[in-house]
Design a protein around this ligand. Structure first.
Ligand code: ADP
Ligand code: MG
Length: 249
């Protein structure tokens, strides 16, 4: 049993079958890549995992519980965190303040109680956010305004904002899209460091095969909304079905 078990998921947009009978099993503490041509349904699948889209049928189990019917913030509290294709950071706040935000984002209880807790916990949270920034090698940039960061550092900051919530599963949708080679390599190194330091499962959607082969232990190839193969990187290279889907051979 994987930490994430997707079974028979279907999703239509009008006449278009974006996902057709998708099965996916992601084992705990592994890096699992989902690859496939443009329009294959990768982002749609990811949106079904985080509650942004509701599948027409099928099941999505995370850590033994169904995510279907839950709101995105509830799924987030179950331990699934997502890194967006374009970094979602607060441009006018400092790097440190950005990482403090997800620590505060517990909204249960009455407002007064929440405000009390917030003030009481501020020192702890600052410390926690600083430790997180040290973990991603950004502590020296903690007082910089987020908008002034390089593209690579914005990505790094967003990663810190996800990781500070201690997710069990981190979902990444094309984390190196639009990056130059140097930033791509930095991101690969960062993800390797993160993986080495904690128990975390990563599910990564990626176009760049260099990234996929550097990180993934298992690869699922999606084409026209349906998984073609699930294999190790060694067995994916040169796989006839994969060549067919990508190259039309
Ligand atoms: P990928 O991420 O693999 O490139 P997507 O999941 O974004 O693919 O898209 C899969 C298919 O579903 C595409 O044909 C896309 O145009 C279509 N699609 C995605 N989202 C929507 C939507 N909200 N409404 C209608 N069609 C959509
Ligand atoms: Mg996509």
């Amino acid at each position: 049993m994987g930490i994430l078990e997707v079974k028979g998921v279907n999703k239509r947009f009008g006449g278009l079958q974006a996902l057709g009978d998708v099965n996916l099993s992601v084992r705990e503490n592994t890096v699992h890549a989902i690859i496939g041509p443009n329009g294959a349904g990768k982002s749609t699948l990811l949106n079904c995992l985080v509650g942004k889209l509701i599948p027409d049928s099928g099941s999505v189990m995370f850590d033994g519980q169904s995510v279907l019917g839950r709101k995105p913030h509830e799924i987030n509290q179950m331990g699934i965190s997502r890194v967006f294709q374009t970094p979602e950071i607060f441009a006018d706040l400092s790097v440190l303040e950005n990482v403090m935000i997800p620590c505060f984002a517990r909204r249960d209880g009455a407002f007064r109680l929440h405000a009390y807790e917030t003030v009481r916990k501020e020192a702890d949270i600052r410390e926690q956010a600083e430790a997180m920034l040290a973990d991603v090698n950004m502590l020296d940039k903690r007082n910089m305004i987020a908008s002034s960061l390089s593209r690579g550092d914005k990505r790094r900051l967003e990663m810190a904002m996800c990781l500070v919530q201690s997710p069990k599963l981190l979902l990444l949708d094309e984390p190196t899209a639009g990056m130059a080679r140097a930033d791509t390599n930095n991101t690969i190194d960062l993800l390797k460091e993160i993986k080495a330091k904690r128990d975390i499962t990563m599910c990564i959607i990626e176009h760049d095969m260099h990234v996929v082969f550097s990180l993934a232990e298992r690869i699922t190839v999606l084409a026209q909304g349906t998984p073609l193969v699930e294999e190790t990187p060694e067995n994916i290279k040169g796989h006839p079905k994969v060549r067919e889907a990508y190259l039309g051979e």
